[in-house]
Design a protein around this ligand. Structure first.
Ligand SMILES: NC(=O)c1ccc[n+]([C@@H]2O[C@H](COP(=O)([O-])OP(=O)(O)OC[C@H]3O[C@@H](n4cnc5c(N)ncnc54)[C@H](O)[C@@H]3O)[C@@H](O)[C@H]2O)c1
Length: 454
């Protein structure tokens, strides 16, 4: 099929490249010229494994990029909206989605052929069948039926985005009518081996929010258990949760072996969640629910527990090294999770801001997210970035692990001891091997673990 994608960030570009790889003809649209130029040169503007290799395979023959939305819509049968939907001033900001729908609608006015518009951006329930539909109808002068409209939420995980898109668990299509569904589902039918779930747009929108809210809730639940375990002392929340994982209601026993479903990963103590989705999606759902007249209780606590994780890390640090001012702190990991250069809502960036206020001298390491972090954090004398962890750790008074990169997990305790002034390690990701640490008498504090010296 001929597909145009409006907004080619993490979701739009991965969607475009993967659909082109499946044989569709894709035109990517973005309003940022540097993104267009980068895509057309075969260079992925974001880091995501396999993305650039696939882009090089499809560029020109199957995929092109342009800033001309008119050209893209005229030359396609389906337009997928994948623009950002940030949380701003207490609400989801739907400005980008509305503008994209308007731009498409203007072209649909002149277009004779039937065209389906798809909302892939995460939008609060009712957005597609009210605001998007109204915008399209007003801009095009046409009625639903003369064009199609669906909501097709995206579930890819950054760091694993290409694999997730290529091998989806399910494809949810919230269609406004049967014809929209029939035409749009051709994109997936016979190309992807996953059940296609046909529903209405509100349900599709709510499936996406519920999915992210559940995962965020599991993380905050684990961190609440971690906080209680820390208060008890000598009780490792990681072991506690691993003990819980083994319940056959959570992990299947297949041929005598325990198999852990992916969701178990979210039942783990950590520095909390970040990224461009969980924080904003949970907050947007809370705000939307309150507008409807229901005050969510669990979802508010999910955010509250997550936000308190930064303060808890700072308290652990103070416990170990006392006054923070003028101390040299190594920050290992800047990206909000391993496998991506995305630092949006990263807990690491929030911690860095907090420690700068306390007067710390910060040395920061990340294998790929340094450039994005530099853009985000204003330049200052007491903040330095290193592309190797050895120089980061050198003469540090403490190290905080904030991203679960393998390169960080594999640093041996001897390296910490050899390089640091004072081997205090605060493990926000619980990725260092605990037994090792106990034997080595390092000052180690993991989320959910406070050892009591006997
Ligand atoms: N990032 C994820 O892991 C993920 C996963 C699932 C769903 N989502 C949802 O997908 C949507 C996109 O997320 P993202 O992370 O890819 O965002 P992003 O910020 O990386 O990309 C959005 C892109 O859209 C462009 N854009 C904005 N308005 C435009 C317009 N009117 N015309 C043309 N281009 C425009 C921006 O320049 C940007 O390049 C959001 O709603 C997000 O919640 C994201």
């Amino acid at each position: 099929m001929k597909i145009s994608i409006i907004g080619t960030g993490y979701v739009g570009l991965v969607t475009g490249v993967c659909l082109a790889k499946k044989g569709h003809n894709v035109i990517c649209v973005d309003r940022v010229e540097s993104i267009i130029n980068s895509i057309n040169s075969g260079i992925a503007p974001i880091f995501e494994k396999h993305l650039e290799d696939l882009l090089l395979e499809v560029i020109r023959d199957k995929l092109t990029a342009t800033s001309d939305v008119g050209y893209a819509v005229e030359n396609s049968e389906v337009s997928i909206i994948a623009v950002g939907t940030p949380f701003s001033e207490g609400n989801i900001d739907l400005k980008n989605v509305k503008e994209a729908a308007y731009d498409i609608g203007v072209i649909l006015k002149k277009k004779k052929d039937y065209h389906v518009v798809c909302v892939k951006s995460t939008v609060i329930p009712t957005t597609t069948d009210t605001m998007i539909l109204k915008t399209l109808e007003e801009a095009s002068g046409k009625k639903l039926g003369e064009f199609g409209l669906v909501m097709n939420p995206e579930f890819l995980r950054e760091g694993n985005a290409v694999e997730d898109f290529m091998n989806p668990d399910r494809i949810i299509i919230g269609a406004m009518d049967d014809k929209s569904f029939e035409v749009f589902s051709k994109i997936y039918k016979s190309h992807f081996d996953a059940p296609i779930v046909k529903t209405n747009s509100r349900t599709a929108e709510m499936i996406k929010y519920t999915s992210n809210a559940l995962l965020a809730a599991l993380i905050s639940f684990s961190n609440e258990i971690a906080a209680i375990s820390e208060e008890i002392g000598d009780t490792d929340a990681l072991e506690v949760l691993e003990g819980v994982h083994m319940d056959r209601r959570l992990s299947l026993i297949v041929e005598g072996k325990i198999t852990m479903p992916g969701i178990i990963k979210y039942l783990k103590p950590s520095r909390g969640f970040g990224g461009s989705c969980f924080p904003k999606d949970v907050k947007s759902l809370i705000a939307f629910s309150e507008k409807l007249g229901y005050k969510p209780k669990i979802l508010k606590s999910v955010i509250e527990v997550n936000e308190s994780q930064i303060e808890r890390l700072v308290l652990k640090l103070k416990d170990e090294i006392g006054e923070i001012r003028d101390k040299t702190i190594a920050i290992l990991g800047l990206a909000f999770k391993a496998g991506t250069d995305d630092i949006r809502e990263s807990q690491s960036i929030k911690l860095i801001r907090r420690l700068i206020k306390e007067g710390a001298v910060l040395k920061c390491y990340d294998p790929i997210a340094i450039e994005n972090a530099k853009k985000e954090l204003e330049e200052q004398a007491n903040l330095e970035f290193y592309s190797n962890y050895e120089n980061t750790l050198l003469n540090a008074d403490a190290a905080l692990i904030m991203t679960d990169w393998d390169t960080i997990a594999n640093i041996s305790i001897d390296v910490f001891k050899k390089l640091m002034k004072n081997p205090v390690i605060i493990d926000g990701c619980r990725i260092l091997i605990k037994n090792n640490i106990k034997e080595q008498k390092t000052k180690y504090r993991g989320i959910g673990l406070r050892m009591i010296e006997k």
